[in-house]
Design a protein around this ligand. Sequence first.
Ligand code: UDP
Ligand code: MN
Length: 333
Amino acid sequence: MADQAFVTLATNDNYAKGAMVLGQSLRNHTTTEKLVALIGPRVTEPYRTTLNSIFDEVCLVDIMDSKDTAHLAMMKRPDLGITFTKLHCWTLTHYSKCVFMDADTLVLSNIDELFEREELSAAPDPGWPDCFNSGVFVFRPSNETHEKLVKFCSEKGSFDGGDQGVLNSFFNTWATADISKHLPFIYNLSSIAIYSYLPAFKQYGHEAKVVHFLGKMKPWNYSYDAESREVKGHSLSPDLLHLHPDYLVMWWELYCKSVLPVLKQAYGDIPCNTDCTEDKVCGDVKEVAALAPVPPRQISSEERKQRWEAGQADYMGDDSFVHIERKLDSFLK
Ligand code: UDP
Ligand code: MN
């Protein structure tokens, strides 16, 4: 519908990669809704060009330059920068209803039926199911709601430092008031759930409609070998791999097939004298794909422990099932 849209956000080129794959996955599943990308000023020109080829609308949101309430509130709470940026989606008032999707989500089938839901509909967070996860939610753009949210955010802050904390405090009756606002978990399946409740994943995983690469490691942080169709740098247990289509591989396939060719062309269209390296223009898929990942920094076991305790386990990497299993085995011996 013309007055409804899927909305995502990317403040830098890496998240723009995610946004492009998400947008393309929505197109591949023949959505009839509009696609909108909110971008920050740091997103570079080739990425903007590519985003424009996938999305109906690419809106630059520059909170620091605008003279609105968000700007003033932001001055008091610079720590909540990206949170304020996400709240911007409520200002898209030329749409009557929208579905926000994190740039690290991937759509596996048509999800246009989400527009039958009301604000604020979202799926439970796997870590604390009385909170909703803010990676996928239905909302109604409204300047009034936007102002209330910004005010709320600058006065009360966010209990988790991000948008999810603010939104859960603001829409605080979500857990109890209206079950129709609880989206089924298959609209926001995070890989964490695969590990924390494997039998349920075995039973229902094939129904997943949206995968969410929640956490520190994002698909674009890995590298991909297009020939062997292997994602490098993660160690999902073969036990788990045969259970489900490898979502990371699906992400990379889409990126290499539909996004990268347009991106390369966009690099080709601009004079190559600034930060655009020869490789970026001329490399084949394999080379360019290998350019994308930032190799994960080696972290100390103490830091890893702290991250684990803070709920930031690297389920696809160091803290993967095989590694945990190996550790348990060594204790048992
Ligand atoms: N985001 C962004 N730039 C950033 C961090 C986040 O554009 O530097 C946006 C992006 O849409 C992302 C969302 O905010 O998907 C939420 O962040 P993230 O997905 O990293 O959080 P998680 O889902 O892992 O908690
Ligand atoms: Mn996310």
